[in-house]
Design a protein around this ligand. Structure first.
Ligand code: ZN
Ligand code: ZN
Length: 257
């Protein structure tokens, strides 16, 4: 790598890492709940011990650096070395269309890689760390090992090369994935009407069940792969309806200000 390209890599890495850290702490602070007995908690009696909360925050800060480095590497390969597909020219149609294309591609990548990480040879050395937080809290989203990120999060390097999607759209998608992932670990059903079964959109219950029941609910954005492959937990739809109702009741019980 020549000096200007190395500098560009460092600048891209620093920008993406700063953005990911800022969104992590802002969203984490907003959606962190860990007290027992909250009426709208998906697992009302369970809390995550303080030591595990600290472990998840420290590991997430490390883990986000590796995600930013992979994103920056993909960005430099695409913009400076012109590797991969040229992005569609930006216009009113191509931007939302390429965002959706990236969502579908990432959902597919993550679903199958995640299933692989749940097989015997891969689970213990790579993915077990993430499952040690039960229940998960908002801070647990990026509590992953480096190897885990090299499987699940290497999408952000590859996507620059294998899809005709502009880097800015990929960055917007990564930030969307980051926010929805943090909320998805919060232990309270924030999905709302858009996730009501049989909606294709994932809810908080979807990933909460993954942490509880383990070999089910693998995808990050949509329920489609889980439904097609028979890996959606058998109680998913019924429990989600119940959690959405409980959340609605808890909202209604809030005093008027
Ligand atoms: Zn898992
Ligand atoms: Zn998780």
């Amino acid at each position: 790598m020549s000096a200007p390209i190395l500098l560009r890599f460092i600048a891209t890495f620093a920008t993406v890492y700063t953005l990911l850290l800022t969104v992590y702490f802002a969203t984490g602070l907003l959606f962190f709940t860990n007290q027992p007995g909250r009426a709208d908690k998906i697992q009302p009696t369970r809390i995550l011990p303080d030591a595990k909360v600290k472990r998840d925050i420290q590991q997430s800060v490390r883990s986000l650096a590796s995600i930013a480095a992979m994103f920056a590497l993909g960005h430099i390969l695409y913009t400076s070395f012109h590797v991969g597909w040229t992005a569609w020219p930006a216009n009113i149609w191509s931007v939302p269309l390429s965002f959706v294309l990236s969502m579908i591609a990432y959902d597919t990548w993550f679903y199958w890689m995640h299933r692989l990480l749940h097989t015997k040879p891969f689970y213990r050395p790579i993915h077990r760390w993430h499952h040690l937080s039960l229940p998960s809290v908002a801070w647990s989203n990026n509590s992953d090992t480096l190897l885990d990120n090299m499987f699940l999060q290497s999408y952000w390097l590859a996507a620059h090369l294998i899809l005709p999607v502009a880097p800015a759209v990929l960055l917007a998608h990564k930030l969307y994935d980051h926010v929805s992932g943090i909320i998805g670990h919060s232990g309270v059903e924030h999905g709302g009407a858009i996730t009501y079964p049989p909606s294709p959109f994932n809810s908080v219950t979807h990933h909460d069940q993954h942490h509880r029941y383990f070999n089910c609910n693998y995808s990050p954005h949509f329920t489609v792969w889980d439904r097609l492959m028979g890996t959606l937990h058998k109680t998913h739809d019924a429990e989600l309806k119940d959690n959405l109702r409980r959340r609605q009741r808890a909202n209604a019980a809030l005093p008027d200000i």
